[in-house]
Design a binder for this molecule. Sequence first.
Ligand code: UDP
Length: 236
Amino acid sequence: MTTYKRVLLKLSGESLMGEQAYGIDQERLNDYAMQIKEAVALGVQIGIVIGGGNIFRGLSGAAKGFDRVKGDQMGMLATVINSLALNSALTANGVKSKVLTAIRMEPVGEFYSKDKAIETLERGEVAIFSAGTGNPYFTTDTGSSLRGIEIEADAMLKGTRVDGIYTADPEKDPTATKFDRISFDEIYNRGLKVMDLTATTMCKENHLPIVVFNMDKKGNLLKVLSGEDIGTLVHV
Ligand code: UDP
């Protein structure tokens, strides 16, 4: 039994680095692919957005002197690289998936449309939405909110390297405590940085709940999908 029929899974580009300082750690990539395989076996339809911070970030590029728009385009291409890596790892694990791109670049991936996304999901394949929103000045969190809303997902599952949303950054403040549930309004009121505000507001206004959980612990994706109380649920 699963709580969700269709989800948008957001994976962080940074987590893909594993213990490395840059790029893609094969072991972490394979672990993600295996967790996704378990989720597909439950019959859940899964759309995935993956970040690009392990390869390139527009803002840090701009700080080094790149034009911001070019830097963001480089960042979006980085998400395509990660998406291809995940696509390949899923294939190696016997899971069918399709890479859709927000920027036209056949034959690397098919150009995204809602119809194509839904067809893919209904065939039981994983849809990987790459190149974020296709626009500069956005993030893959916003891309996830957008795609999650478009595909009418039951929830956005935000896989991170922490166990959920805390009163403060648990990696910096040992007294921080975790929320099991929190409303969007409380996130604003407390100034918590769960996602950027554009992404958060899109979810709030379109009633897309978010589950923030630790994707780096094996088996956690299955636990979230099975309704186990891990992570933090963000509700309207
Ligand atoms: N990006 C963008 N538009 C989008 C999604 C991503 O311009 O719709 C770029 C942006 O430069 C970002 C990079 O792609 O820094 C990687 O995306 P991610 O969301 O991982 O970036 P982060 O939040 O880690 O900076």
